[in-house]
Every structure is written in structure tokens, then in C-alpha cells.
Write a protein of this length. Sequence first.
Length: 189
Amino acid sequence: MERLSRFSGIVFGVSMLLLSVLICAEVLLRKFFAFSLGGVDELGGYAVAIVAPLAFVVAAADSAHIRINLLHTQLPVQLRALLNLLAFASLALLALFLLYFTVTTVQDTLNYRSIAQTPWATPLIYPQSVWLLAMAIFAAAALIMFLRALKLAVERDWTTLDRKYGPGSADEEVVAELEDLKKRQEISR
């Protein structure tokens, strides 16, 4: 899961950087040369739709999603583990619902041979197929994480379930941030 998370993060980051450069070029060309590349907004919409599910994979795999854990740390380990299992079950259900929605959207696009209502008139099946692939990756990752957590619950390994699938404590987050800062400083040297 770590390799998938890293790959997803890299694809997301590179895509957003390229989109940022393209938007800057579009703004500068319009401002100083009264020229537009045309369709940058369309490309931006496709990029965000495609890479968002990949960012979801990163957030889930790294437990970077927001959880309010005010009471969580005060609960017994078994209850915390079961709540973590419930959280990943709901994430997997959400991912499967989003995948279903994406599949039905792509089916409608195929049936109606839909094209974008933009100057490019892009056949929507192309960007939507990539969107579907990204959503399938997210759904598969969420399902795998849930099944791994469920396996730990069946084995009654509450401590491992809580440690791997629970939100980190404030102390753990500080340590992780300091380690990340150290890595970035070493890279910049």
C-alpha cells in the first residue's frame, strides 16, 4: 500500500504542478499578449477529477484524513480498534459508491457519445475513462485497507488494529513532522 500511496502522491503532485504552470502561462499570455491558449479551464477540471481519487489514496494510506479524536484516546484499546474498523468500513463504502457513480457516468457518456461543451469539444469518454481508472484505484485501496483491518479484528489483534488504522496521537504527529522536516533539510543540502 505504501508504494501505491507514494505513486499516487507523485502523480498528484506532478499533475498539479503542471496545471499550475499552464494556468500561469495562460494568465501571462492573456495579460501581456492578449492571447489565450483556450481550454486551460477544461484541462484543469479533468486534472482535478482524475487526481483527486489518487489524493484520497494517499490520505487513507497515510492516515492523513481528518479525524476528531478528542475522546478517541480516552477509550479502551478494543473500542478504539472497533471504531477504526468502522471508519475504514465507511471509507470503503464511500469509495465503492463513488466508483459506482463513476461507472454509471461513463456508461451514460458512452451511450450518448457525450462531448464537452467547450471550444475543444473533447469526447468525454477519454478523460472519464482515466477518471474511472483513478476511482477504481481508490476503491481497491480502500477495500484492501478495510479487509486488512477486518482481518486484524477477526484475529482480535486490537493493539495492531488501533496502531495501524487509528489516528496518530499529537506526540506521534509531532515526531512524524520533525522526521519529515529532517528529511527535507537533508535533501536541500
